[in-house]
Design a binder for this molecule. Structure first.
Ligand code: BGC
Ligand code: CA
Length: 281
């Protein structure tokens, strides 16, 4: 009888462990990144301020992997969410008129407040810019909320754009610590007038155009503290040290420590249960 209870206890502990590990893995599907504060002039020029922004990569290919890829930076202030995409694309084409998402282009998907609804609500939208700077979009696309410039470069093209905080429903309230649902993708026409490749930052199933749950998350962080050399006073002491600019948290490291905790917890529970039962026998 006691053996049975011990076996049952071990089973319950193991089940709890497996269940939490599985739901934890599912959550891992959604990517997140820091989005640093700063004000950008949207003109297609890569200004020095962009160096403060974290680079996110579109490496979740849908279908065959192509050699095109994009590196995207994001930034925010009280009025706009800014994006700068560098697209490494060897052959540029926008011949597919009927379906702009089959042209060489980048897309931005936004979900104000990161509510992650199963359909687009009023603070969600889809925007697209081709390599010539032609703007199109999907649900809630409204040119008054989106400004974009594109430039052809030696490696492909760049797109710089801004999306109003008003359209995201957070104008007047947006602050450090807030989250915005966000995804970005590129569409690649290799010269044949059709889309032959595409990849996202977070979405894994090309449903981002209708399902905001596929987007990743941007965590809004403060502008970096000015460099010490810039803040030296005449007496040689430094000022303005912004202690709130924390180091980027590394999800991978914390994930492993979480798994370690689960494993240790499960092992300890099993050993304790066995000992308790042995004592009673
Ligand atoms: C998708 C298309 C979709 C379109 C709608 C694109 O991002 O790849 O499949 O029809 O958005 O705007
Ligand atoms: Ca192309």
């Amino acid at each position: 009888m006691k053996k049975r209870i011990a076996a049952l206890l071990s089973f319950v502990v193991l089940f709890a462990f497996v269940f939490s590990a599985v739901s934890f893995a599912a959550e891992e599907e959604i990517r997140s990144a820091e989005c640093v504060k700063g004000t950008i002039k949207v003109d297609g020029e890569f200004e020095a301020l962009w160096e403060n922004a974290k680079v996110i990569k579109t490496d979740r290919y849908q279908g065959d992997k192509v050699d095109t890829y994009s590196e995207v930076r994001t930034m925010w202030d009280e009025n706009y969410l800014y994006v700068f995409a560098k697209v490494y694309d060897k052959v540029l084409n926008a011949a597919q008129d009927a379906k702009p998402y089959e042209q060489d282009s980048v897309e931005f998907f936004v979900d104000g407040k990161a509510e992650r609804a199963d359909k687009y609500d009023e603070n969600d939208a889809q925007y697209r810019v081709n390599y010539k700077g032609v703007i199109t979009g999907g649900t809630n696309f409204d040119e008054k909320n989106f400004k974009a410039f594109a430039k052809i470069t030696d490696f492909g093209y760049v797109v710089e754009a801004s999306i109003t905080m008003e359209s995201l429903g957070i104008k007047g309230t947006v602050k450090v610590g807030d989250k915005i649902g966000f995804d970005t993708s590129f569409n690649d026409d290799r010269g044949n007038g059709v889309r032959e490749g595409l990849a996202f930052w977070s979405c894994t199933n090309n449903k981002a155009w209708k399902d905001p749950r596929q987007f990743g998350i941007l965590n809004l962080v403060a502008a970096p503290a000015p460099k010490v050399s810039e803040t030296k006073t005449e007496t040689g002491s430094s000022q303005n040290a912004d202690k709130t600019t924390s180091a980027a948290s590394n999800p991978k490291t914390s994930d492993f420590s979480q798994i370690g905790l689960y494993l240790t917890g499960a092992a300890v529970s099993i050993v304790c249960a066995k000992r308790a039962i042995r004592k009673k026998v």
